[in-house]
Ligand binder design. Structure first.
Ligand code: 13P
Length: 262
């Protein structure tokens, strides 16, 4: 049975002065059983969020890590530096692919660092609008997965709890979403790609999240799809009402899965 996960990507929002309060408010309003909740604040807010959610069962995640362990990399944060601050990490977000020029190969190196450091990775993939319109969405996502996962042992990644987030770039921050059916089809394609890459039936255990303008108003469309295991949420994750709505709906899916598994 795959978990149901609602992960908040706060991106470059909040400060150490206000992040803890926001995290505490969200924690208090999302206490439904069986939903895995993760908050990924800016790196300078990790300590505040960690302290704010002690005992709440919420995972804290970074939004990136460097591909080297230490050295002359001004402004960067390495995976070992996150010890005690984060237990999850987002990798390969499309905003980093776009703004920091991250390639699939580089993301693959980051993945290795994350896993070595015991961080649970959320690997982001997703196509651009013109790629979808050209009918190439699945090919693009398969190539992103192949590039990032090359050289990684499936058993190691599975033990690390690898999560894949399908985030169509055209849906991020636009108010436009993929349809539940399209997201589900991509989740199937992602697991098929993992199977082809030697994962075998372990591919079926990998959680696949949807991301891109997810809100409390549209989350049900995604959670109604058995292939989708939750959401990676940007803008709406900064709003406690929205988080409460999304986690509340996720709890219904989690309970249904538990019942079906019993
Ligand atoms: P929005 O929910 O703001 O569209 O962002 C999605 C995202 O990029 C999460 O990583």
């Amino acid at each position: 049975m795959r978990p149901v996960i609602i992960a908040a990507n706060w991106k470059m929002n909040t400060t150490p002065a206000d992040a803890g309060e926001l995290a505490r408010t969200i924690a208090g309003r999302t206490r439904e059983a069986d939903v895995v909740r993760v908050i990924c604040p800016p790196s300078v807010c990790l300590a505040a969020v960690r302290d704010a959610v002690v005992g709440e069962g919420i995972g804290v995640g970074a939004q990136n890590v460097h591909h080297e362990l230490a050295g002359a990399y001004t402004g960067e944060v390495s995976a070992p530096m996150l010890a005690g601050l984060a237990t999850w990490v987002i990798l390969g977000h499309s905003e980093r692919r776009r703004d920091a020029g991250e390639t699939d190969a580089l993301i693959g190196r980051k993945l290795g660092r994350a896993v070595e450091a015991g961080l649970r990775p959320i690997l982001c993939v997703g196509e651009l609008l013109d790629e979808r319109e050209a009918g190439r969405a699945v090919d693009v996502v398969r190539a992103q997965l192949a590039g990032a996962l090359a050289g990684h042992d499936p058993d190691t990644l599975r033990a690390a709890g690898l999560v894949i987030a399908y985030e169509p770039v055209w849906a991020i921050g636009t108010g436009r979403t993929a349809s539940g059916a399209d997201a589900s089809a991509m989740a199937d394609a992602i697991r098929a790609a993992l199977r082809d890459a030697g994962w075998g039936s372990a591919a079926d255990d990998v959680p696949v999240l949807y991301g891109g303008s997810a809100t409390s108003g549209n989350i049900a469309e995604f959670l109604a799809e058995p292939a989708i295991d939750g959401a990676l949420v940007g803008g709406a994750s900064l709003k406690p009402d929205e988080m409460a709505g999304m986690v509340g709906r996720a709890a219904i899916t989690a309970a249904a899965r538990r019942a079906a598994d019993a």
